[in-house]
Design a protein around this ligand. Structure first.
Ligand code: SF4
Length: 481
């Protein structure tokens, strides 16, 4: 599962540079995971060819698009509230058109048009290239919908337009869809089967970003370790590939190496990894290249073997520990983060204790933790009763969050009196005299600005810390700057 993007960025209105001659105004906002934010850049790129420039003002927009998330009920409720807001604006500007993109569009399909009268356009994650045709229908006064999932679409041929970018970090999408069928997850139904993007187009995008001054990329996919390019098509059809296709196929470790070599001074990150697909080759490739960041987001969801089985997670607690041991042995400096769910159906107090003891074993640097939210259409919804009381889910979540806080504190303290390399991304939210950036391990660090600039790679001596942030002073530029 793709972790949802930073809370502060949810609902961000995306704005790109204005194209001369474009007269129509697009207001686009995104919710959910990094994949949605990346997709919105593709959508803005397609629509800029159709005469649309982006605007930050909802009131001025000719077209309003909301890129939606279905991972939790709360995410869907947020979008419903936004539609109410758009409705209020539409009363003043009746010509304004409203479209719903992403996972909620795919999940609800025509129901969206029936339930939300304000919606003119419903477009699933694989149908964005059809937007020009769909908009033509809307312009003629008809509702338009395309929620067909594709076996091929990776948008490899669309150059995404970077929206609201800091000019330093960017997402590069490498796979779409997921074949894993975790029983709680709606993604395989909303984003379809897994397919990988042509490595050549990925490298071209990485090179292009470097030439534009970007210093860090995140290779994105629901399950990046499962990346496999053999000439296009679904991952599951690889068994039918020709001998030549099999011999020249590119897996994730190889792709990572290609990216690291293509731009040796560019930082490379990736997300999200799935425990059963993360290979030793990937960990060894990370160790081989300084520019591959030493952080693995490794969702586990539960520490109980019984619950892992109910979730259809394809590994055991012991196999997960073995993987953690490999990471610690090959990459001792690597940070590890988690996704955890409390209160999955049938979860007992003992299962919960197993989760806490798994956390004690790994001592994650940070994590994303939620109570179980039943999603319509998933295997868990069809086969299991959501039987853990809400207050029990919440109490267990609070214990998990508290345990993570303690571990995060232990982890950040390990950096005290050491020197870390920080890529400056923005001004600190707490002080205009300080820069904020991230270490290779994806830990936030703040330090006085002095003469440094956004995009600089700086060595920082860590003098203090909180459970989430390193506090220090700059010692000078990194040798990789
Ligand atoms: S099915 Fe499992 S692996 Fe795939 S996106 Fe959902 S949680 Fe992640």
């Amino acid at each position: 599962m793709e972790k949802t993007i930073d809370e502060s960025k949810q609902g961000q209105h995306l704005v790109l540079e204005q194209k001369e001659g474009n007269t129509r105004k697009l207001f686009i906002e995104s919710y959910g995971c990094a994949m949605n934010f990346s997709d919105s850049e593709i959508v803005a790129s397609i629509l800029s060819e159709q005469g649309f420039n982006t605007t930050q003002s909802l009131e001025d927009a000719d077209l309003v698009l909301v890129n939606t998330c279905s991972i939790r009920d709360k995410a869907e409720q947020t979008v419903r509230k936004r539609l109410e807001k758009y409705n209020a604006v539409k009363r003043i500007n009746p010509k304004m058109k409203v479209g719903v993109l992403g996972c909620m569009a795919e999940r609800l399909k025509t129901k969206f048009l029936e339930e939300e009268k304000i919606v003119d356009l419903v477009v699933g994650p694989d149908a964005y290239k059809d937007l020009p045709n769909l908009l033509a229908e809307v312009d003629e006064g008809r509702d338009a919908i395309n929620v067909i999932l594709s076996k091929e679409e990776t948008y490899g041929d669309i150059a995404p337009v970077r929206l609201n970018s800091n000019g330093v970090t960017a997402f590069v999408s490498i796979t779409r869809g997921c074949d894993n069928m975790c029983t709680f997850c709606v993604v395989p139904f909303t984003r379809g089967r897994e397919r990988s993007r042509d490595p050549q187009s990925i490298i071209e995008e990485v090179n292009d970003l470097w030439s534009k001054g970007y210093k860090e990329i995140t290779l994105l996919g629901q399950n990046v370790d499962s990346y496999l390019w053999y000439g296009g098509g679904l991952k599951k059809d690889f068994v039918k590939a020709s001998d030549m296709q099999k011999a020249t196929a590119v897996n994730f470790a190889q792709l990572l190496e290609l990216c690291a070599k293509a731009q040796p001074k560019m930082r490379i990150r990736f997300s999200t990894s799935n425990p059963q697909d993360l290979t030793l080759d990937v960990i060894e490739t990370m160790a081989k290249y300084d520019n591959i960041c030493k952080h693995i987001h490794l969702p586990v969801q539960s520490g109980s073997n019984r619950i892992l089985k109910e979730m259809n997670r394809l590994h055991t607690r012991e196999e997960y520990f073995e993987l953690i041991d490999h990471i610690r042995r090959i990459l001792p400096e690597c940070a590890i983060s988690q996704d955890l769910i409390s209160g999955f159906p049938t979860e007992t107090e003992q299962d919960h204790q197993d989760t806490l003891s798994l956390m004690d074993y790994v001592k994650y640097n940070f994590g994303y933790m939620f109570t179980y939210s039943e999603r319509p259409g998933t295997m868990a919804e069809r086969k299991m009763e959501d039987d853990v009381p809400e207050d029990t889910k919440k109490r267990r979540l609070a214990e998990i969050v508290q345990r993570q806080r303690e571990h995060s504190e232990i982890r950040t303290k390990e950096y005290l009196n050491t020197t870390v390399e920080v890529l400056i991304e923005r001004q600190s939210k707490k002080s205009e005299d300080q820069w904020s950036g991230r270490t290779s391990q994806n830990i936030v660090a703040v330090f006085p600005k002095e003469h440094y600039n956004i995009g600089d790679l700086v060595n920082v001596h860590v003098k203090d810390c909180t459970s989430a942030t390193l506090i220090g002073t700059a010692l000078g530029y990194s040798k990789y700057n």
